[in-house]
Design a protein around this ligand. Structure first.
Ligand code: GLY
Length: 345
């Protein structure tokens, strides 16, 4: 028996496993693939509640999590000895000349004109008339983060079971009794469902996949030092010269693969926003599936089963929301403190 069995080894599952373990729980993570190879791997790693234009309680949630990042990363670095490219580089969110909202946006207190924008980041496309400057926003290298989380988890003796399919969550009245898996029965006191876009394979919750196609190019000159979050695409420079460009938003189920149209759309928009990309070498193309909920708010906390806790539906912001999700679920499980965005709200 283990205290907590986390179903899903993405950023949400691993972050929660680590937080629970640091509070003394005995934790196992079971993952159908390799840990972090779903949306966590596909993401750009932006920490951007303002650029993403979250609103109301979700914006507050995102800003709280963004503020938790420095300490959260420091803890992971201490446990793992690894760096994960956390970089509070600031985000420039350009306004395009033809933006329908242009007049309203000019009044915003974070608006800067073209001249000030150029001081923040040179080389932006001609159609940009000004931007929002969001100095508290930034990024983490999500692929490095996966490795860091795994090393940190193992350092805490969290058991990681990869390549195991959970077929069914077996229940008796209002309790989960065990998981029926490709490795046999798995049993625990409590279970956390952190299965992202694949949630409906196990429970009928309102979560569906929204595909995002992405690509990266290599910037030999490393002139780009800010994340550029335009209305049509985002451009994320890593410290090693890689530039990540995203992303399409496609309601096509679990359709695999990059399409010519998807990549053309991203490149046309990215080159318009940052023309130097035209001469950079393409280094990779990929795609992933965001766990979308109808109101774009995650599902967190208690379920209809007293020992099953839900942590899914983080849609576009799983990397950003990981620290706060891990903390709130740990507070809920250890101290019974209710979570926001509970499933039955
Ligand atoms: N957070 C960016 C995206 O989901 O494309």
């Amino acid at each position: 028996m283990t205290d907590v069995l986390v179903i899903g080894g993405g950023v949400i599952g691993l972050a929660t496993a680590i937080a629970l373990s640091q509070k003394g729980a005995n934790v196992t993570v079971v993952e159908r693939d390799l840990c972090g190879h779903g949306a966590t791997w596909a993401a750009a790693g932006m920490l951007a509640p303002e650029a993403e234009r979250l609103e109301g309680s979700l914006l507050e949630f995102g800003i709280r999590s963004r503020k938790m990042y420095p300490q959260w990363i420091a803890n992971l670095m201490r446990l793992s000895g690894q760096d994960c490219g956390y970089w509070c580089c600031g985000i420039v969110a350009p306004i395009l000349a033809d933006s329908a909202e242009c007049d309203r946006l000019l009044q915003h207190h974070k608006y800067i004109d073209r001249e000030q924008t150029d001081k923040c980041q040179s080389g932006l496309g001609e159609s940009i008339t000004g931007s929002f400057w969001l100095p508290e926003e930034g990024q983490v290298n999500n692929r490095k983060l996966i490795q860091t989380l795994l090393i940190a988890a193992r350092s805490l003796s969290i058991k990681i079971l990869e390549g195991i399919n959970v077929y069914q969550i077996e229940r008796d009245r209002n309790r989960v009794t065990h998981l029926d898996t490709s490795a046999g029965k798995l049993q625990s006191d409590r279970y956390i469902l952190a299965t992202g876009a694949w949630t409906r394979c196990l429970l009928p919750l309102p979560v569906k996949p929204i595909k995002g196609q992405m690509l990266s190019v290599y910037d030999r000159d490393r002139q780009l030092q800010r994340v550029i979050f335009a209305p049509t695409c985002y451009i994320v420079p890593r410290q090693d010269g890689t530039i990540v460009i995203g992303a399409t938003v496609e309601d096509t189920g679990f359709t695999q693969g990059n399409t010519a149209a998807g990549i053309m759309h991203l490149l046309n928009n990215a080159i318009a926003v940052y023309p130097a990309i035209a001469n950079m070498q393409i280094t990779e193309t990929w795609w992933g599936f965001r766990p979308y909920t109808p109101n774009e708010i995650p599902l967190l906390g208690a379920s209809d089963y007293e020992n099953l806790i839900i942590a899914t539906g983080h849609y576009r912001n799983g990397i950003l929301f990981a620290p706060i999700t891990a903390k709130l679920l740990t507070d809920f499980i250890i101290d019974g403190i209710p979570t926001p965005f509970a499933v039955n709200d």
